[in-house]
Design a protein around this ligand. Structure first.
Ligand code: M6R
Length: 384
């Protein structure tokens, strides 16, 4: 981590009020993702790096993550990355639950607050509560607070010791899209910093991740090129009442995020599940009127996922697959529609797999005639 003070978001990165010919901000912001990711990569993964791990990240026993909504889903992915790649225990709690059920006050703990706006009251209150209770404790329990936000000059930044800006530029659509993807880039940066700090990953492996990251903008463009296929799928789903999104491992959080995007923009009843857990009861929901979207990359979860999907298929649900282009033909054949995404080192697939779900939510909402940039009942920031 660069120990210089955080840079302000570059004000002129994108002209926020200009639609640049897009019909809605949500679609514009989805299409800005290659550039937003590029900007974030340039800041956090410069070509030459002499970064020294700052004291806040050293000698840690645990990481705690506090966030809400889409930012909570970014936190779930950070939890997977830090636990699986670094080996550090991570606990995550929704900011809205922290007061009722605070995390245990463990020693040598980094508390990470993730919030796009930096103003979400539930998240800020949780961090403030954690800070307050730790200040009264012995040295090992003192707060070490890190914020991840798209608003460097926000209330979050005043509360924490250090801020990592996500540099996505202004996001006007209420549904978080590019800010989520950039949260993931920053969370992966944090993961690699923690790994370096405790020598949990071989330098060659880190180098391989850097190479994969540098290819992300091009791979995101390849996913955006699937939009016509996704628009056609949206046409088939536009009159459905329900939808299930399944994922496994690191993609479980994308199943939750995809379902949230569908709910908040289309008002469809969508639920995200771990594919394994879905077998333990919720599978009873399925019939020919409940489409299932499955995130099924060709990784270590593939065999178990395919076994689950064979069961799903036997209940006549329309099936849509978010696969990688190295998928076996028999996997692709399970689906009514298979979206083939570029293959990538498997921990990084969420950065790609969320994009078809954003586009699908957008196109269903538009085909339903809804106000996709300002969905009913919600605001961009819940600051009270
Ligand atoms: O600004 P924050 O990231 O703290 O906001 C948290 C949630 O309110 C937010 O992610 C919400 O779920 C969005 N509408 C998601 O698109």
């Amino acid at each position: 981590m660069n120990s210089n003070p955080p840079q302000a978001d570059p004000a002129n990165q994108f002209a926020p009020d200009d639609l640049y010919g897009f019909p809605h901000y949500m679609l514009k912001e989805i299409h800005e993702q290659p550039q937003a990711v590029q900007t974030c990569l340039a800041r956090y993964f410069p070509k030459s790096s002499a970064a020294v791990t700052p004291p806040i990240l050293t000698n840690l026993n645990e990481v705690h993550i506090l966030a809400c909504g889409t930012s909570y889903h970014a936190g779930l992915i950070a939890q997977y990355w830090i636990e699986q790649l670094v080996g550090l225990p991570v606990r995550i709690r929704s900011g809205s639950e922290f007061q009722a059920a605070p995390l245990p006050m463990t020693a040598n703990t980094l508390t990470v607050g993730i919030t796009q706006s930096g103003e979400t009251a539930d998240t800020l209150n949780a961090i403030a509560l954690d800070k307050q209770r730790r200040l009264a404790q012995a040295a090992a329990f003192q707060p070490r607070l890190l914020g991840i936000t798209n608003q460097s000059a926000s209330s979050l930044s005043k509360l924490v010791d250090s801020t990592l800006p996500t540099l996505a530029g202004a996001e006007i659509g209420v549904a978080a899209t590019k800010t989520f993807v950039n949260q993931l880039i920053v969370c992966f940066y944090l993961t690699l910093e923690l790994a370096l700090g405790c020598q949990a990953i071989l330098p060659e492996k880190i180098q391989a991740y850097w190479t994969e990251l540098s290819r992300l903008p091009a791979k995101i463009r390849a996913v955006l090129a699937l939009e016509t296929q996704i628009k056609n799928i949206a046409q088939e789903l536009v009159n459905q009442q329900h939808c299930i999104v399944l994922g496994r491992g690191v993609n479980r959080a994308i199943a939750l995020e995809g379902a949230l995007k569908l709910k908040e923009t289309t008002y469809l009843h969508a639920e995200g599940y771990s594919a394994g857990e879905f077998m333990h009861g919720p599978i009873a929901l399925l019939d020919a009127h409940v489409p299932v979207i499955a995130i099924a990359p060709t990784d270590s979860t593939h065999t178990a996922m395919v076994a689950n999907l064979r069961q799903v298929k036997s209940h006549d649900s329309p099936m849509i697959g978010i696969l990688t282009d190295d998928a076996p033909p028999e996997t692709a054949a399970l689906f009514d529609h298979a979206l083939m995404l570029p293959a990538i080192a498997h921990p990084l697939f969420p950065i790609l797999s969320v994009i078809p779900l954003q586009l699908l939510a957008y196109h269903i909402a538009v085909q339903r005639g809804l106000n996709v940039d300002k969905p009913r009942n919600i605001t961009k920031t819940l600051s009270e």
